[in-house]
Write a protein that binds this ligand. Sequence first.
Ligand code: KIV
Length: 271
Amino acid sequence: MSVHGNARKVTTHTLQEMKRAGEKITMLTAYDYSLAKLVDRGGVDVILVGDSASNVMAGRDTTVPMSLDHMIYHAQCVERAVDRALIVVDMPFGSYQGNSAIALESAIRIMKESGGHAVKLEGGSEIVESIQRILTAGIPVMGHLGLTPQSIYKFGTYTVRAKEEEEAEKLIADAKLLEDAGCFAIVFEKIPAHLAKQVSESISIPTIGIGAGQDCDGQVLVLHDMLGITTDFSPRFLRRYLDLERQITGAVEQYCEDVRSGDFPNDEESY
Ligand code: KIV
């Protein structure tokens, strides 16, 4: 039987065994109770309470305004719904950069108040001190390299990262640094597939790709994008599994028509 099939509750240890066994890891975002329940029921291994909530839940242009209180609220909603998946919570911008004592305090709040199982931080050498300090408290850390949306104002665009040699070399060194620091996995966002393959093969911890090709140890997508709820975002890496925007607006139109015409509620729907 597969490592995945055996696991009742997914742990960081399960993911590392999956990498060793060559089994792909599945990860999706969720931010609320109802959808998290469906995602967990669908059998995903990791649920990321992503700070992409800033975009898809709050309608902001970037993830920068997300607060620690907001992340904890979303993680609490998800935690109540989940039986099996490992829950990873994004540490928001400003809650860990530059001061490892603040980073530890923020991570402890996430773990105590939300019930999440691990935290995710964006960046490499610049934040390794924060990662190390969080790990000393026994909190599992997932890294995030490549396109790191919290640094959008530094990058200026959401284009593919690490195409040039210098940036690719830094990413390779950062991945090794995060592995040595004790991260249990790393997200690679929007980097060339050959680079993601090379690094995935050279480190022992699982890599989870989003726009990083098929050779990462797992894949992640933003739930609202893959369900077709958000339609103004169509990067090449995104595969849409449903067209919920059309189906939901269609259902709402039908409901309005039924109420206006007097068709709803009918006798069977009345007391
Ligand atoms: O916030 C998020 O949804 C993420 C994924 C894109 C990996 O960090």
